[in-house]
Ligand binder design. Structure first.
Ligand code: C2E
Ligand code: MG
Ligand code: MG
Ligand code: MG
Length: 281
């Protein structure tokens, strides 16, 4: 086994590093077969109105990795991005989400249920992203305004004019957009006003310390005020306590998502939750 040390005593190649490299190689190899082997599924986390009605859900990707159990996107999305598997995977997510939305649409009680879907930068950057989404919308027959694509500030900043152009094309077909993790990126007000958005999603990092950290309250109030002035609706993610919810409501937040209400659920559990809930119609 080769070991190299430089003058500062840093080890460039040790068993621990070798293990890390091997894990990454295994992860990539496993990801490559996971789609074909149908190891991915979507979980659904409900989104609520102030009155406690279910407004819709966010679809969150999970990977049933053999011998590893259920894996969260934090552990594989970055690698999927780096090796471009995110492109077919992201397409699968949009299709699976729209198929589910189409099922709900057939139930008169669930016809207004919205579904938010996360879009990665590399997926959005594909030249055929817009026709891909429209193909799925048409094939599944979903009402486009019930599909809400979640973009991040960093994705938009990569190419603001390109992003606006793609968003406008989809917007013209009725698709909605939400700015995910809002407040963590480097949005400038100039382009924020140019984006055809319908919603800002307050990042959970600002929600977490509401009530304990004064500055986060100021940030949240500013985001809500900005959303209102831009004519956008606003949802808070990561709402875990009644105190956080009450403060958000007092600040004028209309929609809520977080463990206080429900964790992301597998489809059977989410459908059971819908049965037991008041759904906004
Ligand atoms: P995100 O879009 O900001 O999603 C919110 C994350 O917060 C989810 O983690 C959710 O399970 C978690 N969460 C929900 N409520 C609470 C709460 O009350 N407290 C806390 N601490 N966390 C809460 P998850 O499912 O592990 O997803 C992590 C990230 O992975 C997502 O962040 C999103 O950026 C990405 N992701 C998830 N699904 C997809 C997908 O289908 N495609 C792409 N490109 N990215 C995805
Ligand atoms: Mg999201
Ligand atoms: Mg988010
Ligand atoms: Mg987040």
């Amino acid at each position: 086994q080769i070991k190299a040390r430089n003058g500062h005593g840093l080890c460039f190649f040790d068993p621990e590093m070798q293990q890390k490299i091997q894990q990454r190689v295994d992860l990539e190899a496993d990801l490559r077969v996971a789609l074909a082997e149908q190891q991915f599924c979507l979980y659904y986390q409900p989104q609520y109105t102030l009155q406690g009605e279910v407004l819709g859900a966010e679809a969150l990707l999970r990977w049933q990795r053999p011998e590893h159990g259920l894996v969260s996107p934090g552990e594989f999305i970055a690698v999927a991005e780096a090796c471009e598997i995110i492109v077919p995977l992201g397409q699968w997510v949009i299709r699976a989400a729209c198929e589910q939305l189409a099922l709900w649409q057939r139930d008169p009680r669930l016809q207004q249920l919205q579904l938010a879907v996360n879009v990665s930068a590399r997926q959005f950057r594909q030249a055929d992203f817009v026709p891909q989404v429209m193909d799925v919308v048409q094939a599944t027959g979903v009402q486009p305004h019930l599909l809400k694509l979640e973009l991040t500030e960093s994705l938009v900043i990569e190419d603001v004019q390109g992003a606006i152009a793609k968003m406008q094309l989809l917007r013209a077909q009725g698709v909605h957009f939400s700015m995910d993790d809002f407040g963590t990126g480097h949005s400038s007000l100039t382009y924020l006003t140019q984006l055809p958005l319908q919603q800002l999603k307050i990042d959970q990092s600002f929600v977490r310390h509401l009530g304990t950290q004064h500055t986060d309250g100021v940030i949240v109030q500013t985001i809500i005020g900005m959303a209102r002035n831009l004519g956008l609706d606003v949802i808070a993610e990561g709402v875990e306590t009644p105190v956080q919810k009450d403060l958000l409501a007092a600040y004028g937040c209309e929609f809520f998502q977080g463990y206080l209400f429900s964790p992301p659920l597998p489809i059977a559990a989410f459908d059971a939750l819908l049965k037991a809930s008041v759904v906004r119609s």
